[in-house]
Each structure stands twice: as structure tokens, then as C-alpha cells.
Write a protein of this length. Sequence first.
Length: 252
Amino acid sequence: MATIDLNADVGESFGRWSLGDDMAMIGAVSSVNVACGFHAGDAGTMYAACIAAAGAGTAVGAHPGYRDLSGFGRRALDVEPAELTGEIIYQIGALQSLALAAGTRVSYVKPHGALYNTIAVDPRQAGAVIDAVGAVDPGLPLVVLPGSVVERLAAEAGLRTIAEVFADRAYNPDGTLVSRTVPGAVLQDLGEITDHVLRLALDGKIQAVDGTVIDVAAESICVHGDTPGAVAMGRAVRVALEENGVDVASFI
């Protein structure tokens, strides 16, 4: 039986502002990327997510981003590498403490939003993130976009990388994600989403927006926790995978 990880973003509420159904999503996937307080999340939401993940047996990953609460970390920032390294170390460390208190641990790192997209093409910021992970724990896998700059540089630095694709995002012919500013960048039709996921899991292929078929080898599939109907989507994707002989399990 083929095996693939299903991951989702959680812990992205802040104070009295609530986003997503973390408890339901944690039960629907095999790994959760917990916001670390810079793009979203606070100590309470991070701790609650870790407690729930520990109870569900779901792997916990750090989801650090740019220091940009008002933009939800989806605006690219020109941060100096040394500053960015420190901020990533800070975020991972904060989640590590909360995870330990909750009876679990941080098992991997997945950068968030604009940072994730920037390090796919920018070697300076990619190097800063790699330096941060290596300084905290060089055994932590780094979740990345397949074929990206950060994937190559991380491998050269001796870090394990996990290539992932997105269940609910459209792709350009070069394998990059369609910008969220473009209509149709975020997929919402469950039939289209499950077809997209099964094509990846069973055939190792993604169909781009222009019809181009891209070969990709990925170990994890992401469902965004803030996408409308995210929990239903996560459950539908998991059922579709398992009904087609694909076991859903964390890569940890």
C-alpha cells in the first residue's frame, strides 16, 4: 500500500479572533503545522493545538512566518538574513516549549505563506531559514516546494527535506503556486480537489492551470486550515486516498 502524509495549518487564531476548526482538522490529518505567533497564533492557541495533537496522535510541526500579523504572513518582506534566522529560531523554540508541556514534540518545520514562497526562489532567505533549522536541531525535516531553491540548498546543508503539494491550490506550468491574487488560485470544488490529490498520490503528477502535466514526487499533501470548508475537504481527501489504497500517515 502506498503511504502519504496529509498536513494542515492550525493554531492560527489570535486573542478573541478565531480562525478554523482546529480540533476537527487535527483529527482529519496526520500532521499539523502550528502557527508560531508571528503571522498568527498566540501562546494559548499554540498550546491548545499541541494538546489536541498529542491526544490525537497527530505529528506537530512548527509553522514560522514573517513578523506580519496584520497581513497574515502573506506579504513578502525584505528581511535581512541574520534577522530572519533569529526570528525563525525564536518561533521554533516557542513552539518546542509548548509542545513539550503538552506531552508531544516539534517533529518538523514548515515555513508559512509568503516566506514559504520566497525561499522557493530566493537563496538569501532560503539560507537564513536553513541556518535557523540547523541551529535549533539539524535533525528536523524541512517541508518545501518540490524543485525549489530551498530544497536544493537544504539538501546541500545536510537537512532532510519533505516535498509537498497542495490539495487546494492551483499550479503554474513551472510547478509554482498560482498567486492568491489570481481568481481560481484556491480550489474549492471537492471533486476537483480529490481528483487533483489522487492524480498526485497514484500517478505522481499535477495538472497545471494550462493543462500541462507536471511530474512530482511528494511525501505530503497540504490542506489549508483557513480555506472555506477546510474540515470537510480534509476528510474528503483522506477518504478518497484510503478508498484508493493509499495509507495516510505522517512522514515522521
